[in-house]
Write a protein that binds this ligand. Structure first.
Ligand SMILES: Nc1ncnc2c1ncn2[C@@H]1O[C@H](COP(=O)(O)OP(=O)(O)O)[C@@H](O)[C@H]1O
Ligand SMILES: [Mg+2]
Length: 1016
């Protein structure tokens, strides 16, 4: 049995504050409410101690699960006390709080059943319960070790605390009860005996055994509705629980398949044990679970779990970095797990995209952990979870005829009068156990079957009985027979979801009638607290209940539900925006739905770019369904279309084509130049990333003209970085110089002006002006570089990392800057920042910058450079992005090959790259260092034809048309001509070398100075 002891905190002070009379009133109220809770869980209120309560569970009547019941009661009593406390704090200005302690122990056999169970008999147990109570925090529940042991598995407990208690020498363990898991013994559904499924069960059991041994697995359980997926999963879960393995279950639902993070957040909440905990307790628990994790990572985890502290802002981390880091923490937590676990994801055919892709990432480490992951889905699902190539799949076939017969006999009972009916049912059910069950329920409700489950009689001739043709029709017939109130309850519940609570139904204006529904096994009760929770017995019942109601009624329920979701947790409105939008859309409230989709997009933008993208897409589609004469239609359409264009590169979608054309038409019609400017800037970046350099350059000019015509300096400052990037890629340094200057003038010293795309446009403008200046041989670039870096350092980390990238990305290959230790350390810093906070592209570009620096250093570092460059090169190709950067990456990789002695293999790709850049008209951009490396390598090999080829390559670079006077080309030409002269044994070598040295020194190009010095 388990003893519960509860006591009011500081009751003397309360008495002093409100008087003994009022205290008695309050206590009477508290005791009455607590007594009702104790009774609900089958306990006995055994004593009222004046300012406390004592109750006993499991005596005098034996109850197998006394400890679980006592825990539920303890939480229920605290719930009641909190409600009462709110009332008395308004009226009496006092804080009412209870401490509760629990302890379990044996009862002397003879005493069981005796009515007068004396205090002395259980005195020892009471003493310990009282001690536990004394160390509980106000509002908390403490369990002794004996109780904790009995509820392990169904309760959420804190870490054991060693506490000193009066009268005991040694400290004893006490554990805080934080919450109760959802399914506890004695709750759930009446199930028939499992038939068949022998090999399926032994297969998953085998995998469970392996998982317990540390070799985890992922199993897909596939089959049509009603075939027994959930049943198989429940059987396995029960088996796992019996072996002390924890089981975490979550399910996907049809109406949340477009609500990002829905499933992954629920599953993670279960796995981290924070379901039902208040914010602070939940956060503490997460920190216990990942004690060594980076604090920022833990903050991201809080946000994913929906338990973030509302007073702390989300750290500025790009969604890509967020995903990398969350995957790393979650996977580290999985790998650190010592106790075996089973994770269940039910009905994955309804999983949302974000959860799906995150789960795939989380599954990667499962084979190295003691975990078994079961994913159930219908055959039509073909998503990413089915493509985890090492996962096992179990396809559930219909039950065999004999198994079906066994099941039906169990459902109907042995009476000969039902024999023929059984045959009819078996034929119709065709091996689908759920169908068989529903037919039996239908027949019982129709009076064809009389009596009780497993003991039916029939008075009707089987030949005259008609059975509905499908399981849906059977369910529909059963729902039809419900009384109007129960039917209305079921309809409203179907709108809410698979799981629902009484209070939410009430918020929808329903007067819930649930007993009939539970009795008819249309729904099952999950929680027996003050706010009971229910779940549909099967998703098909929910679906039929949803679809069989009048559209207009349903729409009204959706509208009320949207309002209720917002009202229940106003602080989480952004987080729930996608769900609210979903309901409003189903309600036909299109303007409101549009607003919530946009809000969901804004919320997701910093969390998952695909999620944000989907929200904008849906907002756009909502606009499509508005009447053509809606006056807001055009304006409403522009906003999502602009966001879709602006973020297309992030999700690897093309802007060029329909997407951009649509935006342009809308903007022109509406006279919205700003949105068109944003869309055009996005298309410029797409051209750059796709290596369509001359298109990018041309469009950049148009974009700048458009941006300027808007006449908004902030917008100009914000967007010009895209145009500048395009011009830099095409080596049009005069434009880069002019536009950088424009940003510097407009920003007028304000580093954060126009910072909605990039943290400090001004810092970047100084850097790009520096690059333009040195390319054109103008003075002042050194100060610009210093200035830009200093400004970036005091902006946000990613701005700093990006500016560092710009500085060295161009500076080192052009020979302007030297890849010395300081440079390498700075880039390494930037790389660390990009890894922590940057998007995948920023990370790749920073890796590339480091690679460019390291290829110019000594052998061991060059090995690392080679690895880095090979990686980013592959990533660019895979993502079809940043292709414009590939040529130089390939040239440096080829040179590493040559340096390893494989010159013959290395030269052809170098030559091909230089030719390619020439054909593309990009010889004056990456073509300069590319030609440089080709010529150096050819001269190194030094055959006659190599020397001739080198000379031709130099000539080609020298004659490339340019009206800007690029000194970066001039100095490279001087270097290459000197090297050529030396190879040809030409007298002119020394003079050329000296001129090269002099030019490098006078320009202050440190890279060239070093190279020149090294020339003999
Ligand atoms: N092998 C079986 N033996 C007995 N009953 C079964 C069996 N498989 C399924 N059932 C019962 O059939 C009903 C539907 O099964 P369920 O697992 O919910 O189907 P699914 O998840 O595939 O839609 C449940 O009530 C379940 O207990
Ligand atoms: Mg199921």
């Amino acid at each position: 049995m388990t003893v519960l002891f509860a006591d009011v905190v500081h009751s003397m002070d309360i008495a002093a504050a409100v008087g003994a009379e009022r205290l008695r009133e309050i206590m009477t109220e508290l005791v009455e409410r607590s007594a009702a809770v104790v009774q609900r869980y089958g306990g006995m209120l055994s004593q009222f101690t004046g300012d406390g309560i004592m109750a006993v569970f499991g005596a005098p009547v034996a109850l197998e699960d006394h400890a679980v019941r006592a825990c539920l009661a303890a939480l229920g009593i605290q719930e009641e006390c909190a409600l009462l406390a709110a009332e008395v704090s308004d009226r009496d200005r006092i804080d009412l709080a209870l401490r509760v302690g629990l302890n379990s122990g044996q009862v002397i056999a003879g005493e069981i059943g005796s009515v007068a169970l004396g205090y002395t008999t259980i005195g020892e147990q009471v003493g310990m319960a009282q001690r536990m109570e004394s160390v509980a925090p106000p509002g908390g529940v403490m369990l002794s070790e004996s109780t904790a042991r009995l509820v392990d598995g169904s309760a959420v407990l804190g870490e054991p605390e060693m506490v000193r208690i009066k009268g005991a020498e040694e400290p004893v363990a006490a554990l805080r009860l934080l919450g109760m898991g959802e399914r506890h013994p004695g709750v759930g559904r009446a199930e028939s005996t499992l038939v068949g499924r022998r090999w399926e069960m032994s297969a998953v059991e085998g995998l469970l055994d392996r998982a317990i041994d540390g070799h985890g697995a992922v199993v897909g359980v596939v089959g049509p509705p009603g075939i027994g997926k959930s049943r198989l999963v429940r059987e396995l879960s029960a088996m796992a629980s019996a072996r002390g393995v924890e089981v975490f279950t979550t399910f996907c639902e049809s109406h949340t398949s477009q609500v990002p993070f829905h499933t992954v957040a629920r599953l993670s909440r279960a796995a981290f044990g924070v379901e039902g905990l208040d914010g602070q307790t939940a956060r503490d628990r997460v920190r216990d679970r990942v004690p060594d994790a980076d604090p920022e990572d833990v903050q991201l985890l809080d946000d994913l779990l929906g338990i973030a502290d509302p007073n702390t802002a989300l750290p500025p981390i790009d969604p890509d970095a967020r995903r990398r880091r969350l995957t790393a923490v979650v996977n580290a937590a999985s790998l650190a797990r010592e106790n075996p676990v089973v994770f269940v994801v039910e009905d994955a055919h309804w999983i949302d995209d974000v959860s799906e892709s995150m789960l795939v990432d989380f599954l990667m480490v499962i084979p190295q952990t003691p975990s078994l992951v079961l994913v159930s889905y219908r055959p039509e699902y073909e998503g990413a979870l089915t493509r985890v190539h090492w996962a096992q799949t179990i396809a559930l076939a219909p039950l065999s005829d004999s198994d079906t017969a066994t099941l039906i006999t169990e459902l109907l009972g042995p009476d000969p009068s039902v024999g023929a009916l059984g045959q009819t049912i078996a034929e119709r059910a065709a091996g689908n156990p759920f169908f068989a069950e529903e037919i039996v329920r239908d027949l019982a409700e129709r009076g064809v079957l009389r009596g009780n489950r497993s003991a039916y009689l029939s008075t009707v001739d089987a030949a005259e009985v008609t059975v509905p043709a499908t399981v849906q029709a059977t369910i529909a017939a059963r729902i039809d027979r419900l009384n109007p109130k129960a039917k209305r309850t079921l309809s409203a519940a179907a709108v809410i979801g698979a799981k629902f609570s009484r209070d939410l139904l009430e918020m929808l204006g329903i007067d819930p009638v649930l007993e009939d529904l539970v009795g008819g096994e249309l729904i099952d009760q999950l929680r027996f607290t003050r706010q009971p929770e229910y779940v549909f017995h099967h998703p098909l019942i929910r679906m039929v209940a949803y679809e069989s109601q009048l559209k207009s009624d349903r729409a009204e329920l959706h509208r009320r539900l949207a309002a209720a979701i917002e009202a229940r947790r106003p602080a989480s409105a952004d987080e729930n925006a996608a769900l609210i939008a979903e309901h409003l859309e189903a309600a036909g409230d299109l303007h409101a739905a549009y607003g919530w989709h946009m809000r969901a997009g804004a919320w997701a933008r910093n969390r998952d770019i695909v999620a944000a993208w989907l929200s904008w897409e849906r907002a756009r589609r909502v606009v499509d369904t508005l009447p053509a004469d809606d006056p807001h239609r055009a304006a409403m359409r522009i906003a999502p279309c602009t966001m879709l264009c602006a973020n297309a590169w992030r999700v690897h979608v093309d802007v060029a084509g329909d997407r951009f054309d649509e935006l342009r038409e809308l903007c022109i019609a509406a006279g919205d130049k700003a949105s068109l400017a944003i869309g055009t800037a996005a298309l410029v970046i797409e051209h750059v990333y796709q290596a369509r350099t001359s298109e990018a350059s041309q469009l950049a000019s148009e974009a700048m003209a458009l941006i300027e015509s808007v006449g908004d300096p902030t917008l100009t400052v914000a967007l010009s970085c895209t145009a500048i990037r395009a011009k830099a890629s095409n080596a049009e340094w005069c434009d880069v110089l002019g536009w950088s200057q424009r940003v510097i003038d407009l920003a007028d010293g304000d580093p954060s002006k126009g910072n909605f795309i990039f943290g400090s446009p001004l810092a970047l403008a100084f850097t790009t002006r520096a690059i333009a200046r040195y390319c054109l041989g103008r003075p002042g670039w050194r100060d610009d570089l210093r200035h830009g870096l200093a400004m970036a350092r005091s902006a946000d980390p990613m701005t700093y990392a990006t500016v560092v990238g710009y500085v060295y990305f161009f500076g080192i290959p052009f020979g302007v800057l030297r890849p010395d230790d300081r440079a390498v350390n700075t880039i390494e810093d930037a790389l660390r920042i990009a890894e922590r906070s940057g998007d995948d592209f920023a990370l790749a570009v920073t890796q590339q910058t480091l690679g460019f620096a390291l290829v110019h250093r000594s052998a061991p570092e060059r090995d690392r450079a080679q690895k880095l460059l090979a990686e980013v090169g592959e990533a660019f190709l895979r993502q079809g992005c940043l292709l414009g950067e590939l040529p130089l990456v390939n040239v440096y990789l080829a040179r590493e090959r040559a340096r390893r002695g494989d010159r013959d293999e290395a030269i052809p790709p170098m030559r091909a790259t230089a030719d390619h850049l020439f054909r593309e008209g990009r010889l004056l951009a990456w073509g300069i260092p590319a030609t440089g490396v080709l010529v150096e390598t050819l001269l190194d090999r030094g055959t006659e034809s190599d020397v001739a080829e080198a000379e031709a390559a130099i000539e080609r670079l020298a004659t490339a048309p340019d009206d800007e006077g690029l000194v970066t080309r001039e100095i490279w030409l001087l270097r290459l001509r000197a090297l050529l002269a030396r190879a040809q044994g030409d007298e002119a070598y020394k003079q050329l070398r000296d001129r090269y040295r002099a030019m490098a020194t006078s320009l202050g190009f440190e890279g060239h100075m070093k190279w020149a010095e090294a020339m003999p």
